[in-house]
Structure formats: C-alpha cells, structure tokens
Design a protein around this ligand. Structure first.
Ligand SMILES: [Mg+2]
Length: 121
C-alpha cells in the first residue's frame, strides 16, 4: 500500500479486510453509524483536556500516532458505510460542499463562525 492508492483501492482494502474475517455480518447500517460516532469520540479523547496547536501536535510523536490511529478508524468506518450503502464518497463530498456554498455564501460567512440560520437577510 502506498499514498498513490486511489480511494477505490482503499475501499477495496477495507472491504477485503472485512470479508477475510467474515465481519460483514456485524456491519449493519446502525452498527457502522455507531462505530463512526464511537471512533470520533476516541479521536476527541486524544486531546480531551488539552487544546494543542498544530505545531504542538507535530512535535509530539505519541500524540501524532494516537490522532492518526483514531482519524483512520473514523475514515475506515465512513468508507465501509459508503461501501455497504453503495455511496461514492468523493461525489458525496462534492455535493455537500456545493450545498454548503449556498448555505454559507462568502459575503455572509467570511471570518464568521455563525451558523447559517443566524444570518440576517
Ligand atoms: Mg479507535
């Protein structure tokens, strides 16, 4: 495996890993969605009582590994869910960014963390 792998290669890797272990039986939609949430919580746990800058993370090899591992877990379950549902992840992201462009026009959102529902007309 190399960084030149395509997203399709990565999905196939995850699906093959799953099939080799006969774990498809555990991958219901509900279980996969729960797993995304659980792994996202584990990602949060890596810095639960800290607020490190990107540089502080990069200078801490143990933290880099912990964050990388949990980030990978989240992405693996997201991609597995896409595979089970027949969703194309890049298409999903492209469509969602387009929706977000409409919800968050630059003229109203630039430099603001307000939710779009808080915009004044
Ligand atoms: Mg984990």
């Amino acid at each position: 495996m190399a960084s030149s792998d395509t997203l399709e290669d990565t999905i196939l890797l995850i699906d093959t890993f799953t099939k080799e272990r006969d774990w498809q039986q555990f991958h219901s939609i509900k279980n996969l969605m729960s797993s995304v949430s659980i792994e996202a919580s584990e990602l949060n746990e890596t810095i639960q009582w800290e607020n490190p800058s990107p540089l502080e993370v990069k200078e801490n090899p143990e933290l880099v590994t912990a964050i990388g591992d949990e980030l990978a877990d989240v992405m693996v379950y997201c991609l597995r869910l896409c595979s089970v549902l027949g969703f194309e992840p890049v298409e999903l992201i492209n469509q969602k960014i387009e929706k977000n462009r409409t919800k968050y026009p630059v003229s109203k959102s630039k430099g603001s963390s307000k939710k779009y529902t808080m915009y004044e007309n």
